[in-house]
Design a protein around this ligand. Structure first.
Ligand code: FAD
Ligand code: DLZ
Ligand code: SF4
Length: 521
């Protein structure tokens, strides 16, 4: 009798797949097991924790739906909870509890979430669970969550460059037999980062044409508040692995050869230049960073005459360096990181951050392109929108919410470290060694925005003076107590301190005028 009972007992496992865990090469999917059911869910706790760009929500739902279909075609058992399903409770814990009870699952399993918020939510859920549970790695990143913390243990500073070198050595990426970097040095930045010549027409971006009208209709029906525009008949972003691989192929054949050269360049009607636009596919794990890096190296090895080594290294350092580094900092410093506000900034974002309706041409283009494509490249994020937000003293919570909402690739682990850390210096120098601020000179050096601007890039004071010029000095003046002794910006303080007092006053008055009229500039 006892024996019979044990044989009749069925072990049934429920495995949760989050919207950014679409890694088909994960060991979960290598064999088909009829005792295992996978669940994916479109839920409001994830769509509503910040106001998202419509393209971000659509892109994630479309990719989740494709992924579920792929799994079903491979004979995996899949439950897919849609946004408007009657039995959708719109929270991971509630939906999971109902499923576990109704289907009598005997085990619950999930992969480590990338975001602290969801990690905590699932920790709390599993603590109360009355069946066993197990947590798996996502098998996506080069490093574990705690690797950066271990690497910098006992150190006061967290230099990206040393972490990057360590990962390259450890994984033998662009490393010779003597454990030295290929081509003799680690950093080729001085070969990169040129302005786009007027006569140069960048490559046309590879865009997809996905029909996602049904998803858009469902989002609208469910009253989810979104920002931005979308052409849902021709959705341009990759929404499955096949398209992500096509975009990777396009990048390595058509963009990599000029990636580094124009990495920091900005031009009014060029929204993607030679950037890969692979962040969305990578962040939802349709592509792994290892395969992206390997593919770029293979393209270089096949064609070293066309792709210079500095272009390749420039790209590899973004992924092996910055991407892994930001994730490590996130897991080392959360949850305190999300409340850091080193400068005690407290202003609200001007309203035109949501419309692009400003006379400042650089901001107008960077914001409008973000509204149109849910994308801006790194220097637009750092040296245009981020630079402005820092100079005028926007509260980092406001800045975070904007970045987390507007970009298709935005997930807190990589968004907050870039925004609060690299861009706003709200962490007081954990990620960056100095605040990234500039006057019009840098924006003009790297872009052709200034020539079409209402403001005059050369004017510091008076009518039509570029706001960046006076706000820049105002920022340094305002934060002298915190920045005055920073050796990396000592030169700027020397210039400021040597400046004629009347000029200083005029600059501060001009900045004050702009600060009082933020919504109208
Ligand atoms: P490429 O220029 O082609 O670079 C290749 C890859 O390198 C990217 O896909 C990305 O995975 C990685 N990478 C490059 N720079 C960084 C970086 N600083 N940190 C981490 N990875 C990097 N990136 C996100 O993925 N999500 C975000 O939410 C995000 N928010 C940002 C906010 C601010 C204020 C700033 C300054 C940067 C932010 N970044 C973010 C980093 C970077 O801007 C984007 O990764 C990049 O623009 C994505 O476009 P791409 O794929 O064409 O990148
Ligand atoms: C960003 C996002 C959105 C908009 N919607 C969902 C969703 O409905 N269901 C889901 O599983 N994931 C979604 N995501 C991605 C999650 O926010 C992401 O998986 C967590 O933040 C962990 O990084
Ligand atoms: Fe931007 Fe100033 Fe140049 Fe105008 S003049 S584009 S506001 S930097």
């Amino acid at each position: 009798m006892q024996k019979q009972k044990i044989m009749a007992f069925k072990n049934k496992t429920l495995r949760l797949i989050l919207g950014d865990q679409l890694n088909i090469n994960h060991s979960w999917f290598t064999t088909v097991d009829s005792n295992i059911t996978f669940v994916l869910m479109e839920i409001k706790s994830e769509t509503d924790y910040v106001k998202h760009h419509i393209q971000k929500v659509i892109g994630i739902f479309a990719a989740m739906q494709h992924f579920a279909k792929d799994l079903q075609q491979k004979n995996h058992d899949v439950i897919y909870i849609r946004l408007n399903d009657e039995n959708n409770f719109h929270r991971f814990d509630e939906n999971l509890s109902v499923l576990i009870n109704t289907h009598e699952f005997t085990q619950f399993e999930y992969m480590l979430p990338d975001e602290y918020r969801v990690d905590e939510h699932l920790n709390t859920f599993t603590q109360k669970l009355n069946i066993p549970f197990k947590v798996y790695d996502t098998e996506h990143f080069y490093c574990t969550r705690s690797e950066l913390g271990d690497f910098f243990a006992g150190k006061k500073t967290f230099l990206m460059e040393s972490f990057y070198r360590n990962i390259r050595k450890k994984n033998k990426v662009l490393i010779d037999e003597e454990d030295k970097p290929l081509h003799g040095k680690w950093n080729f930045d001085e070969d990169n980062r040129q302005k786009l010549p007027k006569s140069h027409k960048p490559v046309n971006p590879l865009l997809f044409s996905n029909d996602v009208t049904e998803i858009e209709t469902n989002i609208l029906k469910s009253n989810i508040k979104t920002i931005g525009k979308v052409n849902s008949k021709n959705f341009i972003w990759p929404i499955n692995r096949k398209q992500s691989l096509e975009l990777l192929e396009f990048f390595t054949t058509d963009c990599l050869q000029l990636f580094g050269t124009f990495q920091d360049a900005m031009a009014p009607n060029e929204w993607s230049l030679y950037h890969s636009r692979l962040s969305f596919s990578m962040n939802i794990k349709l592509l792994s960073p290892v395969e992206v890096v390997d593919k770029a190296i293979a393209a270089y090895n096949k064609n070293p005459h066309e792709i210079a080594f500095h272009q390749l290294e420039g790209f590899v350092r973004q992924i092996i360096g910055w991407r892994e580094y930001m994730r490590g900092i996130y897991w080392l410093k959360m949850p305190a990181y999300a409340n850091l506000n080193y400068f005690q900034h407290d202003k609200k974002l001007p309203e035109w951050f949501w419309t692009g309706d400003t006379k400042m041409n650089c901001l107008k283009h960077a914001i409008n392109q973000s509204i149109d494509y849910a994308y801006a490249h790194h220097i637009q994020r750092l040296m245009v929108t981020g630079n402005f937000a820092l100079l005028v003293g926007i509260h980092p919570d406001q800045v975070d919410a904007w970045y987390l909402g507007i970009y298709i690739d935005a997930f807190e682990w990589v968004e907050i470290t870039n925004t609060r850390g690299m861009s706003q210096y709200a962490d007081g120098g954990i990620v960056g060694t100095k605040p990234y601020v500039s006057s019009a000179a840098y924006i003009n050096k790297m872009s052709s925005y200034c020539s079409g601007c209402y403001y005059d890039k050369n004017k510091k004071i008076g009518e039509k003076a570029c706001p960046f010029n006076s706000l820049y000095w105002n920022f340094y003046n305002m934060h002298e107590d915190k920045l005055g002794n920073n050796p990396r910006i000592g030169m700027m303080y020397n210039v400021w301190r040597k400046m004629n007092v009347d000029t200083q006053k005029e600059l501060l008055t001009q900045a004050d005028f702009y600060l009082k009229h933020l919504n109208e500039i």
